[in-house]
Write a protein that binds this ligand. Structure first.
Ligand code: NDP
Length: 244
C-alpha cells in the first residue's frame, strides 16, 4: 500500500533507532522524505532507501539550532514543494541524579529534545498553513508522563513536548493541522543499549507484554498519525509501552 503517496515528510534524527524506522516506513509507504542527523548519513540506510526507490534528501543539521531548522524546512520546500508531515524525533539523554546534574546537562537535553520541537514546528508552520493541512508528530516518552529518578532533565523535556503538542493542536487545528505526541516506553535502540541485564530483567517484570518495544512499534503509530486515517485525531498522547 502507498498510504503516504504524494506526501512529503520531514523527520529529525533519522539515521538511527526510532527515527530510522520512521524514515524507512514512510518511504515504503510512498512519502518523499527529508531527514536530518548530526553527521554523515548512514550508508546502510542509503542502501535501504535505494532499494525502496525512495525520493529523499539527507541534511546534516543540529536539531537544537533554530536557524538550521529553517534551512532544513527551506530545503524540503525547494526539493518537494510542500511539507505534509513533521516528525520531531531527535533526542538525547544525559542521565544523572539532580544532585550531580550540571547546568550543561540540563541545557543540552532541553534544547535538543524540547527546543528542537519548537524550532521545527515554527519552521514548517507557514507551509502547512498555506496548504491548510499537516500532521505534526512529536516523540515524547512515558517518562514525560510519570517522571523518572535520574532523568529530571529528560523527563522535563518530554513533559514539555506534551504541553507544546496540545497547545499547537489547539492553535492551528482550525487550519486542519493536527499535532499529536507518541510516548514510547522502553524501546530497543542505542539509547537503551546501556541497560544492564539486571535492570533489563526488573524492567521486563513491569511490562505486561514482557518485552522491550522495537523501533518499528513506534514507526507504526507514526505512520497512522501521519496518514489521513488519523484525520480526526489531534492533541493526543499515544502511549506505546507494552502495558507498563
Ligand atoms: P537513538 O539514540 O538511537 O537515536 C537518536 C537520534 O537522534 C539519532 O538519529 C541522532 O542523530 C539524533 N539526534 C540526537 N541529537 C541530535 C541533534 N542535536 N540534532 C539532530 N539529530 C540529533 O535514540 P532513539 O531512537 O531511541 O530515540 C528517538 C527518540 O525517541 C528520542 O526523542 C527519544 O527521546 C525518544 N524515546 C526513546 C525511547 C527508547 O527507549 N529508546 C523511549 C522514549 C522516547 P545521529 O545519528 O546523527 O547521532
Amino acid at each position: 500500500m502507498n498510504i503516504l503517496e504524494g506526501k512529503t515528510a520531514l523527520i529529525t534524527g533519522g539515521n538511527r533507532g526510532i527515527g530510522r524506522a520512521i524514515v524507512e516506513t514512510f518511504a515504503r509507504e510512498g512519502a518523499n522524505i527529508v531527514f536530518t542527523g548530526r553527521g554523515e548519513m548512514s550508508a546502510t540506510l542509503a542502501e535501504t532507501l535505494k532499494s525502496i526507490g525512495a525520493n529523499y534528501e539527507y541534511v546534516c543539521a543540529d536539531a537544537s539550532s533554530f536557524s538550521e531548522a529553517e534551512k532544513v524546512a527551506h530545503c524540503c520546500i525547494e526539493k518537494f514543494g510542500r511539507i505534509d508531515i513533521l516528525v520531531n524525533n531527535a533526542g538525547i539523554t544525559h542521565d544523572t541524579l539532580l544532585m550531580r546534574m550540571t547546568e550543561n546537562d540540563w541545557d543540552t537535553v532541553i534544547s535538543t529534545n524540547l527546543k528542537s520541537c519548537f524550532n521545527y514546528t515554527k519552521a514548517v508552520q507557514s507551509a502547512m498553513l498555506k496548504q491548510r493541512s499537516g500532521s505534526i508528530i512529536n516523540i515524547s516518552s512515558v517518562v514525560g508522563i510519570g517522571g523518572n529518578a535520574g532523568q529530571c532533565n529528560y523527563a522535563a523535556s518530554k513533559a514539555g513536548i506534551i504541553g507544546l503538542t496540545k497547545s499547537v493542536a489547539k492553535e492551528i487545528g482550525s487550519r486542519n493541522i493536527r499535532c499529536n505526541a507518541i510516548a514510547p516506553g522502553f524501546i530497543e535502540t542505542d539509547m537503551t543499549h546501556h541497560l544492564s541485564d539486571e535492570m533489563r530483567k526488573s524492567l521486563l517484570s513491569t511490562i505486561a507484554l514482557r518485552r522491550l518495544g522495537t523501533p518499528q512499534d513506534i514507526a507504526n503509530i507514526a505512520l497512522f498519525l501521519a496518514s489521513d486515517a488519523a484525520g480526526y485525531i489531534t492533541a493526543q498522547v499515544i502511549q506505546c509501552d507494552g502495558g507498563m
